[in-house]
Write a protein that binds this ligand. Structure first.
Ligand code: AMP
Length: 210
């Protein structure tokens, strides 16, 4: 079973690339953000608590994330391989992932040096609240549209506001950069220029995976 990991700041293109890789290679995309959002769409108490954390731009605690991920990895669609989008986000998550065996693991870091590019991208983004598909709009704020993948509606996420995104970038620098450094030192990490177009980034990742 192959495991592909996508690192990068909010708006770096992890979700978009995970969708494209899923289509191309047949690996299953697992986004911890999508797992969290599915929980609050389902209306559970835990879902409501996590929605409050997310809308403030805060991370969900590692124990809850690990529990959701372990449960997701028990499903049969991960047996050929899976792509992790938005996980691991802390050093503790990176270490916990070590204990989950994969035949082959490869990580990519979609790098974007400029925070304003990240903010601009996130503000122009629409996400399907049913399946998590991501769309880019040319207008900000973007107008809602029908999802092309399922029968859901794509709209801006409640945490995709400028204030919350800047806060998320700050937390990303503090909490996620150390786990990227850990992968750089101890594992196979490929650094890709995430400021390129979607297709250029995809070709760069594909070139490594093929
Ligand atoms: P994403 O869809 O990956 O942008 O995630 C949306 C939000 O969910 C993040 O800003 C965090 O608040 C939370 N989240 C997603 N994945 C994780 C994770 N691995 N660890 C902690 N919080 C997470």
């Amino acid at each position: 079973m192959k495991r592909v990991i996508l690192f990068g700041a909010p708006g770096a293109g992890k979700g978009t690339q995970a969708d494209a890789l899923q289509k191309e290679f047949g690996y299953t995309k697992i986004s911890t953000g999508d797992l969290i959002r599915a929980e609050f769409v389902a209306g559970t108490t835990l879902g409501a608590q996590m929605e409050a954390m997310i809308s403030r731009g805060e991370f969900v605690p590692d124990t809850i994330i690990m529990e959701m991920l372990s449960k997701r990895l028990q499903q049969s669609d991960v047996t050929t391989g899976y792509i992790l989008d938005g996980f691991p986000r802390t050093l503790a998550q990176g270490k916990a992932l070590n204990a989950i065996v994969a035949d082959d693991e490869i990580a990519f870091y979609l790098k974007i040096g400029n925070e304003d590019i990240v903010v601009k991208r996130v503000l122009a983004r629409l996400t399907c609240s049913t399946c998590g598909a991501i769309y880019r709009s040319t207008v900000v704020p973007p107008n809602e549209r029908a999802c092309a993948v399922c029968d859901g509606v794509a709209k801006p996420r409640t945490d995709d506001t400028e204030t919350v995104v800047r806060k998320r970038v700050g937390i990303y620098r503090k909490e996620t950069k150390p786990v990227i450094q850990y992968y750089r030192n101890e594992k196979e990490l490929h650094e890709i220029n995430g400021a390129q177009g979607i297709n250029e980034v995809f070709q760069a990742i594909k070139g490594v995976l093929n």
